[in-house]
Design a protein around this ligand. Structure first.
Ligand code: PMP
Length: 460
């Protein structure tokens, strides 16, 4: 069979058998899909040998580019020992070593308050890291005798994953509303979406008045709430919505004042994306529970952790008959191959001084965002470090949106694809989130293509 025949066969089989996530399959069936066959550095290669700059880090996971030697080698080395063994009733070498390393990194990241996040609970994706955090917080209060804390506080526009617990604390109607009858009760705080403020105020004159609204909820319901769950600094899937400085700290203070736990979902923001190792560091906030995944393995293997403080962990200790055990676990919890990849990834963070290297790239990105804001159909630009969003609008003065069905974000993405750049939008928000080690030259190329594509699509 010739190479073209083989490629056509793959395209046909994909359409025949694969149901793609977050994808309207009717449209997919009418399109020519990109089928990835390889990758190198910040580029992915399709089956025809065409290369694309990976502008969204293979869905926000990749840190060091594709086929990073040190991570490849770590996985191969582990493969020579064992690929998988269970963490239920057994332990394994990489899971232990990674747990120690993570605790050390978290501890040194929160310099001003030596963090007490010393217990590492493994799972295998961002949604499960969140499920674990929610269940942990819930059961913690049961052990403490606070029986009424059966609910959570979350934010509008929040996204914490697609399992039903994570969807319960999600706040994006288009993804979550359908499942409403299946979800548990959650109180919703306003989203800190300054460009479209829910309470019609303007930053900074508002003095972050959305915190007062949140306090009203807590004043009335704190004894029913186990924890606040929050994406620190930036509500990513909600549209790269950045919160104003002081918001996160304000939320931490409210949690303390009203005696609820704070769960920081750093699945997207963790591991350098915002310019620091963890987004919470920007406001000197230490959460009670920290959820991490995505970048933890440099984008190589599915792995997640939920870190908890000693106080939470201790509340679960007891006699076997007391039934205080945390009854949660997954077949692949603490998978040795994934943990080996994560250790290599964390070593690279140190060796390549990744965080330090981001400063100049963030400056390039921010200068470019300012320029893009001048375009006729760009209403707002937002970023937290290397995570950026460009909100397209039909009318800049009225902030009138394009209809969801107009697919403006997608049109920009398709245009960029023709120019060798792969990006994936969130509705009308064009998302930029390249691997952290992207060279400045490639970053500039990525931004140039995106700007050209926005102009080509919106200014016809
Ligand atoms: N939390 C946040 C903040 C996320 O951005 C995501 C994924 N985009 C998740 C949780 C869920 O992660 P996963 O897709 O690995 O389940």
């Amino acid at each position: 069979m010739g190479i073209i025949d083989e490629n056509e066969r793959l395209e046909e089989l994909d359409k025949k058998y694969v149901w793609h996530p977050f994808t309207q399959m009717k449209e997919w069936l009418e399109e020519k899909p990109i089928i990835v066959a390889g990758g190198r550095d910040c580029f992915i290669k399709d089956i025809y040998g065409r290369w694309y700059l990976d502008g969204v880090s293979s869905l926000w996971v990749n840190i060091f580019g594709h086929r990073k030697k040190e991570i490849d080698d770590a996985i191969k080395e582990q493969l020579g020992k064992i690929a998988h063994s269970t963490l239920l009733g057994l332990s394994n070498v990489p899971a232990i070593n990674l747990a120690e390393k993570l605790v050390q990194i978290v501890d040194s990241s929160f310099v001003h308050h030596p963090s007490s996040l010393t217990k590492v609970f493994y799972s295998d994706n961002g949604s499960t890291a969140v499920e674990v955090g929610l269940k942990m917080a819930f059961q913690y209060w049961k052990h403490r005798g606070a029986d009424r804390k059966d609910s959570f506080l979350s934010l509008r526009n929040a996204y914490h994953g697609d399992t039903l617990g994570a969807v319960s604390v999600g706040g994006i109607d288009i993804f979550h509303k359908t499942f409403e009858p299946l979800l548990f009760k959650t109180f919703r705080a306003p989203s800190p979406y300054c460009y479209r403020c829910e309470i019609d105020r303007e930053y900074p004159d508002c003095k972050i008045a959305c915190l007062n609204k949140t306090e009203e909820i807590l004043r009335a319901h704190a004894d029913e709430i186990a924890a606040l769950i929050i994406e620190p600094l930036i509500q990513a899937a909600g549209g790269m919505i950045t919160s104003p400085r002081g918001y996160l700290k304000g939320m931490r203070e409210l949690c303390d004042k009203y005696n609820i736990l704070m769960i920081a979902d750093e699945v997207a923001t963790g591991f350098g994306r915002t310019g620091k190792m963890f987004a919470c560091e920007h406001e000197d906030v230490v959460p009670d529970i920290l959820c991490l995944s995505k970048g933890i393995t440099g984008g190589y293997m599915p792995l997640a952790v939920t870190l908890a403080g000693r106080g939470i962990y201790d509340a679960f200790l007891g006699e076997f008959k007391d039934v205080k055990t945390f009854f949660h676990g997954h077949s692949y919890s603490g998978n040795p191959l994934a943990c080996a990849a994560a250790i290599a990834c964390l070593n690279l963070f140190e060796r390549e001084e990744v965080i330090k290297s981001l400063k100049s790239k963030i400056e390039v990105l921010e200068a470019w965002l300012k320029e893009v804001l001048r375009l006729e159909h760009v209403g707002d630009v937002r970023n937290a470090g290397m995570m950026a969003g460009i909100e397209l609008v039909r009318d800049k003065t009225t902030k009138e949106t394009y209809g969801w069905e107009e697919k403006m974000g997608w049109k920009v993405a398709y245009h960029a694809r023709e120019k060798g750049v792969f990006i994936r939008p969130l509705g009308n928000v064009v998302v930029i989130m390249p691997p952290l080690t992207i060279s400045e030259q490639n970053l500039i190329q990525l931004l140039r293509v995106i700007k050209d594509s926005i102009v080509a699509v919106t200014e016809i």
